[in-house]
Design a protein around this ligand. Structure first.
Ligand code: NI
Length: 650
């Protein structure tokens, strides 16, 4: 660790309309809500976050202007179905609006989940199921993970907020319990009342139990006895400090500037991403976030068919974000942003060092050797990284935005942590999974993310054009059989703009501004490169398929609407489906030359490997936004020549 490498000192800045709510603002909002609803100690908070002001206000905002701060909230009463959503003026204390959604279930809070394990362990039905398996003596070593249940129309789940527990066990105090699944045993719990609705033992009738695999598979340094020799030190040192500047939540780096945002549901948000070139600031993204994700599992066996979890919309990437560790999570000269989210009781909770900002070497930027003059020109690239990591149960999602000097914006989601495990008879993982260790099976699944990209390429009004490559038939226009060309087609309406990746056409999409032209007279634009498409396999009419319809297409385009934020709907927990993108786009609004939002769906297709166990090395998916006729020429031809003085020959 470099002792000097955390720069916490930042210029002070007055409040900006897009700044996340402060601890005081969250506490104040919670106090106001408490007064409005008079639920006493039973008030529960799902969400208190910033209601972002209208875009025109933000665009015209000048530092020092008065800002009206409005909080949006979702709250509920312990033991009572439904959620109250509303908005509050934090200056006047006025409740601006509120609506009671009687069928909505709030996201699941970690404080609620932690009570469940002890409650289930006390249940006589659960203890009896353990006794049948010869596991009652291991009760203290059992670990129960409650999973969201989806909506399969079961009678005992109607009108309730329900979680289904899966069971694992430790064989010693720090042992990795996911190596020891207790197969086929579940407890269905009403999370609001802590009632145990049902204990399900899939083997109770046959008595043909799958044994708990007992071989320890550990990753904790305390438990490992052998390490490979340490590598030679590799330090990222910036003796003159980092190349970025931070003022409040605003970041300026190279030609880029943007604002960092954060909320309990999406986690990290980038606001107002722009690039200044030839003295002119050019807007690119008004707002960018990962707005939803779902993990559909592919096995119909026992209770595993229920696993179709929306880790963002049901739990919250922001609420589950980690405090990052200097020199471990983050290498180099780091600036950390803290984040604040409300607890389920409405208290502000500080997540220190939640968002990491730093620079990385990015290899070669460009090079040419002129054979005749024998001159070489070469420039190195660097990139700015903005990241945060969330832990959802067994899994870690590490989210990285990269800004490159040449105008590229890259996004990577790195999935790590521990795969969800089930037990099998050794050598018999079944058709829907793979054995990752003897008797431990990882079922096939996907991780499907949806980026919400509120674009403003050179201004608010944009159009998406689909770019397909076509080979011409051999004939008078293609006498040699070599001809192929790109055909561009604007996507006019929402239904027309539900698009899929097509490898046979090398398809990509450009976001263009019809009101601005580059020096060859073409509309300026950015290309969306869908580098991690996922083909969905869940039946779209099935209970799980209906809830996650956004995964049916890799691209959706909608006209901007401030209330259209989450592609599977505002309340995903036990939703019936149909909300969000499928509902909005059925209006088939125009998406041509107007303020549009791109919804890009991408992810991972995952049949677990033995290498994913006991802890999975990061697997990566993402996408790229690449300037495409946005600049008149290579925007980094002006990178100054230079040589890294710290480099030496080994
Ligand atoms: Ni996976």
């Amino acid at each position: 660790m470099n002792g000097n490498s955390c720069c916490k000192v930042v210029a002070t800045a007055s409040i900006h309309p897009l700044d996340p709510l402060s601890a005081d603002e969250i506490a104040h909002a919670a106090a106001l809500i408490r007064k409005c609803f008079d639920w006493g100690a039973d008030m529960r908070v799902e969400t208190i976050d910033l209601d972002e002001p209208p875009k025109e206000f933000v665009r015209n905002f000048v530092e020092g202007n008065t800002v009206r701060r409005i909080a949006r909230f979702n709250v509920y009463r312990r033991g009572v179905m439904g959620v109250v959503s509303g908005k509050l003026d934090l200056q006047t204390g006025e409740l601006l609006s509120h609506v009671y959604r009687k069928d909505a279930r709030a996201m699941v809070a970690v404080e609620e989940v932690l009570q469940i394990e002890a409650t289930v362990k006390r249940d006589p039905r659960f203890q009896e199921a353990l006794r049948r398996r010869g596991l009652l003596a291991d009760l203290d070593f059992l670990c129960l993970d409650p999973w969201t249940v989806g909506n399969f129309g079961y009678e005992n789940e109607q009108g309730r907020r329900v979680l289904n527990c899966f069971v694992w066990m430790r064989t010693s105090p720090l042992d990795n319990y996911y190596a020891h699944p207790v197969e086929g045993l579940h407890a269905l719990v009403d999370v609001s009342t802590l009632e145990i609705l049902q204990v399900i033992d899939h083997f109770a009738e046959t008595g043909d139990y799958i044994p708990v695999p007992r071989t320890p598979r550990n990753y904790d340094a305390e438990l490992l006895t052998e390490f490979r020799p340490p590598s030679a030190p590799l330090d990222v040192v910036q003796p003159e400090g980092p190349g970025f500047r931070v003022a409040g939540n605003k970041v300026t780096w190279e030609n880029w500037d943007f604002r960092v945002g954060f909320n309990g549901r999406e986690g990290l948000v980038l606001h107002r991403v722009g690039y200044t070139h030839n003295g002119r600031r050019r807007p690119i993204l008004y707002r960018a976030s990962i707005a939803e994700m779902v993990v559909p599992y592919g096995t119909p066996e026992r209770s595993h068919y229920r696993k179709n979890v929306f880790d963002s919309g049901e739990v919250g990437f922001g609420r589950m974000a980690n405090s990052l560790t200097l020199g471990c999570d983050c290498l180099g000269t780091i600036h950390y942003f803290d984040a604040i989210v409300p607890t389920v009781f409405g208290e502000p909770r500080l997540i220190e060092n939640c968002i990491c900002l730093h620079e990385e070497d990015a290899g070669l930027s460009w090079k040419h050797f002129d054979l005749r003059s024998r001159r070489t020109e070469v420039r190195r690239a660097r990139r700015l990284v903005i990241s945060s990591i969330s832990t959802i149960g067994n899994y870690e999602y590490a989210s990285y935005w990269y800004l490159h000097q040449d105008g590229r914006i890259e996004y990577e989601m790195k999935a790590t942590g521990i795969i969800n495990t089930a037990a099998c008879h050794p050598g018999q993982p079944g058709a829907f999974g793979a054995e990752v260790a003897p008797g431990v099976v990882g079922h096939i699944h996907q991780h499907v993310f949806c980026a919400r990209l509120d674009v403003e390429v050179d201004g608010p009004n944009n159009t998406v054009v689909e770019c397909d490559t076509r080979a011409l038939p051999v004939g008078p226009d293609n006498p040699h059989g070599n001809a192929f060309l790109v055909e561009e087609r604007p996507l006019h309406t929402e239904l027309e703009a539900q698009r899929d990746v097509d490898f046979s056409k090398m398809r990509y999409w450009r976001v263009i501004n019809l009101g601005t032209a580059n020096w060859v007279g073409r509309p300026t634009g950015f290309k969306l490169e869908a580098s991690s498409p996922v083909q969905p396999f869940t039946n779209p009419e099935s209970p799980s398929g209906r809830r996650g319809q956004f995964i049916r297409h890799q691209l959706w385009v909608t006209p901007f609407s401030a209330e259209e934020r989450f592609p599977a709907g505002d309340f995903v927990n036990q939703s019936r489906g149909g909300e969000g993108l499928p509902a909005w786009t059925s209006a088939n609004r125009s998406v041509e030359n107007t303020d549009i939002v791109l919804w890009h769906v991408f992810g991972l297709h995952h049949l677990p490997r033995p290498e994913d166990h006991p802890v999975q090395p990061c697997v990566v998916c993402g996408f790229k936004l690449i300037p495409s006729g946005f600049f008149d020429q290579n925007p980094v031809v002006d990178l100054p020549p230079g040589r890294n003085q710290a480099s030496c020959c080994a």
